[in-house]
Design a protein around this ligand. Structure first.
Ligand SMILES: NC(=O)c1ccc[n+]([C@@H]2O[C@H](COP(=O)([O-])OP(=O)(O)OC[C@H]3O[C@@H](n4cnc5c(N)ncnc54)[C@H](OP(=O)(O)O)[C@@H]3O)[C@@H](O)[C@H]2O)c1
Length: 320
């Protein structure tokens, strides 16, 4: 059976996700339906989702081994450069859809199979290593700000845990949209880098100079009370992750008295990915890239993501 190199979950480990990661040979992709194609991956990027998978969140023993990775820029069978939209219709899943690496093999491999309709043309002027950051973390941030957060009606935005992939995306996009952006980070060096992106960087929990109209939450329990306290009347608190705990204490008095909206969201639509790609290409917005590593060093890249020491996205170059 022909094989290809891949990074995959060979087992699940709640406390030591890096121990569950294997880099080695896996069978070439197969097509569950006729309208699927195999594309050659040029660049991918890591997400916290990959660590959750190794921990067994959203992945069961029965699904192993599972190739990880949600994001990819690739070359399609006709030789076109494409961005892979990672959400696939999945009838057996309660959500009706799944993200690559949940039910279907992910992008951290030489090749990946997806429905042809999941391929979006790579716009001119966007490098593969930049565009590989966009389909998951940046798409999530785009939808959080636009469709869910209704940022066009907002003057100010707070982004929690701003060193993360979704969070740096939200900061860069909200700044590019002309909003006043506040961002928290536990790390002084990251706060300096957030300030360089055009946001006002503060320590977690710090009182802001004003209440904000939109809060971007991916941290969860560690920051949620601050998100509630920082929200202006009628503000939208948009939640797409809970890296530091998913069961925060919520002061409901503040929710109803201030008429706050707490909105959950996950990923985005293909239309939103088109909009995001066009926005980045037209406004010269580029992803915040922590580092670009060759595929041969993908284990080191996972260790870096796990350390929490990152600022922006870790990109994997599959051509190196
Ligand atoms: N629903 C979706 O569609 C979707 C899509 C992408 C991601 N997500 C979720 O969103 C979350 C973030 O993902 P990501 O890929 O952006 O992760 P990431 O790059 O690993 O970022 C996580 C960030 O959270 C902050 N953080 C971690 N622990 C913290 C703590 N104890 N207290 C305060 N801040 C803490 C850190 O910011 P500082 O170091 O700056 O403080 C860190 O940089 C994950 O839970 C992920 O599953 C959801």
């Amino acid at each position: 059976m022909p094989t290809m190199r891949a990074a995959f979950a060979s087992r699940l480990d709640k406390s030591d996700p890096l121990a569950a990661l294997t880099v080695g040979e896996r069978p070439e992709p197969t097509h569950p339906e006729d309208d699927w194609v195999t594309v050659q991956v040029r660049a991918s990027s890591l997400n916290h989702h990959d660590l959750w998978s190794l921990r067994g969140v959203g992945l069961t023993e029965a699904q192993l081994p599972m190739i990880l990775g949600c994001d990819a820029v690739a070359v399609d069978p006709e030789g076109n450069e494409v961005v892979v939209y990672p959400v696939v219709v999945t009838p057996g899943d309660p959500r009706g859809v799944s993200i690559l690496s949940e039910h279907f093999a992910g992008t951290l491999a030489e090749r990946v199979a997806v429905p042809r309709s999941n391929l979006v043309p790579l716009p001119d002027g966007l490098a593969a290593t930049d565009a590989a950051c966009l389909p998951t973390a940046w798409l999530t941030a785009w939808r959080m700000l636009t469709t869910k957060g209704r940022v066009e009606d907002a003057d100010s935005v707070l982004v929690q845990g701003a060193g993360g992939g979704v969070a740096t995306a939200a900061v860069a996009l909200a700044v590019a949209m002309g909003k006043r952006v506040y961002a928290t980070s536990r790390d002084a060096a990251k706060r300096e880098r957030i300030a360089a992106l055009g946001a006002t960087a503060v320590e977690p929990g710090a009182r802001l100079p004003e209440r904000v109209d939109v809060v971007i939450e991916t941290v969860g329990a560690a920051t949620f009370d601050h998100s509630l306290k920082s929200a202006a009347p009628m503000a939208r608190i948009v939640v797409s992750g809970a890296t530091a705990g998913h069961e925060p204490t919520v002061n409901l008095r503040r929710v109803f008295a201030m008429q706050l909206e707490i909105l959950g969201t996950s990923m985005g639509t293909p239309g939103e990915l088109y909009e995001l790609l066009a926005f980045c290409a037209d406004n010269a917005v580029r992803p915040v890239v922590d580092s670009v590593v060759p595929f041969s060093q993908v284990e080191k890249a996972f260790a870096r993501l796990h350390s929490g020491d990152t600022f922006g996205k870790i990109v994997v170059d599959h051509t190196a």
